[in-house]
Design a protein around this ligand. Structure first.
Ligand SMILES: [Zn+2]
Length: 324
């Protein structure tokens, strides 16, 4: 997501104080998984990753997986501008819906492999994933039209400013944008994970996270803790005044343009977070995937917690009423 990086570099630090990590305690956030267990799961799910795959290969492998496992449902949710079918893959029957989409921009490829890793984990019975009260929705490749080499291979690529970006054209939407928002409208995702990245540039850019609304600092701290074992350098400059190092709220970065983004609409259903990983020296492809999965799993815990808190408590049965 190269649109954010220059903005991040120029963003003035508005923070007055950043809560130190020592002040934060695992117990402050009431979720079912420790940071250590999430990092372990992310490592395990990404362990089969050798290379980051190009779009057509990701699409092929998702289709094959869905053919081999009846608990993965392949659905067509629309078309790209040039008429390619847009496929989503659904898994599970949990009460909370989460939506992940890959290849939103040219060459932003890590998310496709992340989605495949999660699908493999789901069908092979990963206990952590299956313990979540979640229905999973994956769009492995949202934007096939703008991928270099027709999606057959990966190569370093930069944004073409003449092309409307799928997540930034709500006022004049592309067909991918409409398909995404229509689909989200049907499933109301409590967490949406647009899998933007800085991988496409081939440059080493410190990792940063962009969220649709300010998170509890315990959540951002937990995300940093889960990502730590995978070794990516974080963006240290301009820490957010609440969430700390490497986090920003999207509307703070882009101002009025926010209303033209899909994130502003997806945020009406739930949390939205972007994990901008890049190629860094000494960092394996599996570590890039594990980093994205770590953020996703913490955010899903946060979304589940948020939903649990919003559900009305069940009232105790009235002892005076006759039982049936
Ligand atoms: Zn992007």
């Amino acid at each position: 997501m190269n649109r954010f990086f220059p903005l991040l570099l120029t963003l003035l630090c508005a923070c007055t104080s950043v809560q130190s990590s020592q002040e934060l305690n695992e117990k402050e956030i009431q979720v079912g998984h420790t940071s250590e267990s999430i990092a372990t799961v992310a490592k395990s799910l990404s362990s089969r990753v050798d290379t980051i795959l190009p779009p057509l290969q990701v699409l092929r492998e998702c289709h094959v997986l869905a053919g081999a496992h009846e608990d993965i449902h392949e659905v067509e949710i629309g078309h790209t501008e040039s008429g390619h079918p847009l496929k989503a893959y659904e898994f599970g029957t949990g009460r909370t819906h989460v939506l992940l989409y890959g290849f939103p921009d040219p060459g932003e490829a890590v998310g496709g492999t992340t989605i495949l890793s999660l699908l493999h984990g789901l069908v092979s019975g990963n206990k952590h994933l299956l313990s979540l009260d979640v229905t999973w929705h994956f769009i492995p490749c949202l934007n096939l039209d703008d991928q270099p080499d027709g999606g057959r291979t990966l190569s370093p690529v930069f944004r073409d400013r003449s092309v409307r970006e799928v997540d930034w054209c709500v006022s004049n939407p592309r067909s991918e944008t409409k398909a995404l928002l229509d689909y989200a409208g049907k499933i109301s995702p409590a967490f949406t994970f647009p899998l933007h990245d800085e991988y496409h540039s081939g440059e080493a850019i410190p990792l940063y996270v962009v969220v649709s609304e300010c998170l509890d600092p315990a959540i951002s701290e937990r995300i940093r803790t889960c990502m730590h074992p995978f070794g990516l350098l974080l963006k240290e400059k301009d820490p957010h005044r609440v969430m700390g190092t490497a986090f920003n709220v999207l509307s703070d970065l882009v101002g009025n343009e926010y209303s033209n983004s899909t994130f502003s609409i997806l945020n009406e259903y739930g949390l939205v977070a972007v994990c901008e990983v890049s190629q860094q020296e000494g960092i394996s492809n599996s570590a890039l995937v594990a980093t994205q999965i770590s953020l996703g799993l913490v955010m899903i815990d946060a979304a589940l917690q948020k939903q649990a808190m919003s559900i009305e408590p069940i009232t105790a049965p009235d002892a005076d009423k006759p039982r049936r």
